[in-house]
Design a protein around this ligand. Structure first.
Ligand SMILES: Nc1ncnc2c1ncn2[C@@H]1O[C@H](COP(=O)(O)OP(=O)(O)OP(=O)(O)O)[C@@H](O)[C@H]1O
Length: 278
């Protein structure tokens, strides 16, 4: 993956100070008589970046789909960027949120060209519903150039490696200058260095004045970089703990969370969780 440089300017738009970005109060999600999310209460404030950590099947993707209004809560109160679900305008809200993740990655046709795919980010859609003039697509091309991915211009999505696809999806996620950026297992399929580049990219996004709030969904504690301030620990559809990263990344809390004895090793800026009974 190429080293990524951010294209955003410092004053993207004026945003309220310290607004609540995400608020869930007693939210439940039930499908086919299965309780997928149970009584979730969680608040993300401006200035915080969260990692959602959980084992397989803990409900991470379902929580993400609720926030994106791709799933509808069964009960409870849900508010994202000031829009109350059930009252506010969801299509408008969607344009303020960007997602990078496999369930987005799978939606694109293999024949779509890199610049067209990046441009779909403008409409939060997986395809372009009309043809765009070269001049319009130049915005996407310029973005790819700025992030050092000009080699991808003109290439079809299906011909790209996993790492190259991820670069495209990141460019796509930035074209709308989102207020909320969600990454769902975004390092899947990336090699060691591509993964570090992605985490570095997030660090740069985080330094932007008026940059987006970042929500990062992962299985891998070693990806909890300095960019992140808070941690949501999700198990079997329930919040086990939610709070400041520094308060939660300790052996007692994580042993309780995983229900397995673990040890934490901090090497340089990374956390490694070692299962002790294997
Ligand atoms: N429509 C549905 N009907 C019944 N059960 C469902 C439905 N959708 C999800 N589930 C179940 O809800 C649980 C949570 O799923 P989800 O995909 O949100 O977990 P996850 O934490 O993202 O998992 P992974 O890390 O494996 O991707 C799983 O047990 C899943 O099988």
């Amino acid at each position: 993956m190429n080293k990524l440089l951010l294209p955003m300017s410092k004053n993207i738009n004026k945003r309220e100070k310290k607004m609540t970005i995400i608020s869930l109060k007693n939210v439940n999600l039930t499908r086919n008589k299965t309780e997928i999310l149970k009584n979730i209460t969680w608040q993300v404030n401006q200035g915080e970046n969260w990692v959602i950590l959980g084992l397989n099947g803990s409900g991470k993707s379902s929580l993400l789909k609720l926030i994106l209004a791709e799933e509808w809560k069964s009960s409870g109160q849900l508010r994202v960027l000031g829009t109350e679900f059930g009252k506010g305008e969801i299509p408008k809200l969607r344009k303020r949120i960007s997602v990078v993740g496999s369930f987005i990655a799978e939606r694109f046709h293999s024949n779509i060209k890199a610049e067209n795919l990046v441009y779909t980010g403008k409409f939060n859609s997986s395809m372009l519903y009309k043809s765009y003039r070269d001049q319009e697509l130049d915005e996407a091309r310029n973005l790819l150039m700025k992030i050092g991915a000009e080699a991808l211009i003109g290439r079809t999505y299906g011909s790209l490696s996993q790492g190259e696809k991820q670069v495209l999806l990141i460019a796509r996620s930035l074209i709308l200058k989102p207020e909320l950026l969600i990454l769902d297992e975004a390092t899947n399929g990336l090699d060691l260095f591509a993964k570090e580049n992605l985490l570095k990219q997030l660090e740069q996004i985080n330094k932007l004045e008026n940059g987006p709030t970042i929500i990062y969904i992962t299985h891998h504690p070693d990806e909890i970089s300095d960019t992140f301030t808070h941690l949501l620990l999700l198990r079997a559809g329930e919040v086990v703990q939610a709070g400041k990263k520094d308060d939660l990344l300790n052996e007692k809390i994580l042993t309780d969370f995983y229900q397995e004895k673990i040890e934490i090793q901090r090497i340089k800026h990374k956390y490694f969780i070692i299962p002790m009974n294997f």
